[in-house]
Design a protein around this ligand. Structure first.
Ligand code: HEM
Length: 415
């Protein structure tokens, strides 16, 4: 075990280093940490990702620790930020909204949102989601080959969130562009600027909804929703709007693209899914989300001194929880590196380790994935991957940048 100058155990590398995420032994390194070093300290030297040197952070890598921390907001708060980089309170509020709220503030806010984003709302979206899946696939059906990421799944989840938020179709390309900019430049001034532009746009949409008095669409319902006599302000709704776009687009596209790549690595699993789709899909999608783990980590901050694994995490220190490692924990999952579409139970932490911040869009994301794959196998049954993808080397998202595919050309399906 290597110790730093204050006797904290270190991993021999830092998870803040972009070079670590280019390595081809990332899974093996996490397995080593899970076995021998479940709690390590990581320096934050200045890098392309983090232009300023940071104050360092703890990393927890075991499934049970990720779940314990996720569920204990009193001790491990999200209120000081959920990204590794420290933001100012104003930035945290704008650049994350409810994701970065402490336990009391969050409970109030989430109760209002839960009034509007209900299972019934999501169920009512089924037909629209199916239409967007057909549109996404129809665009390429005559070509015989394309890039699965850019040409098929690229804007499928974005169009669904656009439908949910009643964004006029002509405004969507700009909004999608801003969302990509906000995510790809993670932690930089460029990302922050893009985020602000999304919020400005949301304000203009909210004003239109207010003027029209429309209470039947999602934004109108949010404006009207009340819990204990409290409503969300326009600014809070605008911040939530930006969060839905940034949280809901790339994650789902990643599940589908990296997930389809996984199916190409396990052809017998794909055959099983394709041949038994309706029965197999709900369980299979959980395994695809576990295998992909689209969000690799989030951060918490200790609110008091706390003992874990023989170390004292001091009040105010940053604690990162690595979903990407928890989802490969050999104490929880048999053959964790493999893809087993019948794995059940499947207590993966792709949507978080439980607790009050558990992904608000989980139900929608699952539905999007099932509807999409059903249509893909119906319309392009022999679609196959023809080359290895380029991976996005990030400590935050587990995305592929491209994925070449080919299929027998066919006619677009009528809508
Ligand atoms: C497969 C796709 C998705 C994955 C892997 C994913 C993952 C996550 C994770 C890991 C969290 C943090 C949980 C925590 O801190 O405990 C989260 C939170 C959140 N997600 Fe998702 N997400 C996905 C899709 C979506 C979609 C489609 C939406 C929007 C409709 C969405 C909206 C949110 C929101 C609003 C939060 C913050 C919840 C809170 O702080 O209370 N997500 N998601």
């Amino acid at each position: 075990m290597t110790l730093d100058s204050t006797s904290r155990p270190t991993a021999g590398f830092t998870l803040a280093d972009p070079a670590f995420w280019q390595r081809d032994d990332i899974d093996a390194q996490f397995a080593r940490l899970r076995a021998d070093l479940p709690l390590t300290w990581h320096e934050e030297p200045a890098s392309d990702w983090f232009p300023n040197t940071g104050r360092g952070f703890w990393a927890l890598v075991r499934h049970d620790d990720v779940c314990t921390v996720s569920k204990d907001q009193e001790t491990f708060t999200s209120g000081e930020g959920t990204e590794i980089v420290d933001l100012t309170p104003a930035e945290r509020h704008i650049f994350g909204g409810m994701l970065n709220m402490n336990v009391d503030e969050h409970a109030k806010y989430r109760a209002i949102v839960a009034r509007v984003l209900t299972p019934r709302t999501i169920e009512a979206m089924t037909e629209g989601i199916d239409r967007q899946a057909v549109k996404a696939i129809n665009r390429v059906v005559e070509r015989g080959e394309c890039d699965f990421v850019a040409d098929i799944v690229g804007d499928y989840p974005a169009q669904i969130i656009g439908d949910l938020l009643s964004v006029p179709v002509e405004d969507r390309p700009r909004l999608i562009h801003l969302t990509v900019a906000a995510l790809s430049a993670y932690g930089t001034a460029g990302a922050y600027q893009a985020y602000l532009e999304i919020i400005d746009y949301a304000h203009s949409l909210i004003s239109q909804v207010r003027e029209s008095g429309a209470e039947d669409n999602f934004l109108g319902k949010l404006l009207a929703a009340e819990v204990d006599g409290e409503r969300m302000s326009d600014q809070e709704i605008a911040i939530f709007f930006a969060l839905l776009l940034t949280a809901g687009i790339e994650t789902t596209a990643t599940t589908l693209a990296t997930g389809f790549y996984a199916l190409s690595l396990y052809p017998e699993q794909r055959t099983y899914l394709q041949e038994n789709f309706d029965e197999a899909a709900p369980v299979a999608v959980e395994e695809l989300i576990r295998w992909v783990t689209p969000v690799r980590h989030f951060r918490r901050t200790a609110t008091r001194d706390v003992e874990m694994h023989g170390q004292t995490i001091k009040a105010g220190e940053k604690v990162t929880i690595w979903y990407v490692s928890a989802d490969r924990d050999e104490n929880v999952f048999a053959d964790p590196q493999g893809l087993d579409l019948q794995r059940w139970p499947n207590p993966h932490v792709g949507f978080g380790g439980g607790g009050p911040h558990f992904c608000l869009g989980a139900m929608l994301a699952r539905k999007e994935a099932i509807v999409f794959l059903r249509r893909l196998f119906q319309i392009l049954p022999d679609i196959e991957v023809t080359g290895a993808p380029d991976f996005v080397h990030s400590n935050f998202v587990n995305a592929v940048a491209n994925l070449p595919v080919r299929f027998t050309p066919t006619q677009p399906v009528s809508l």
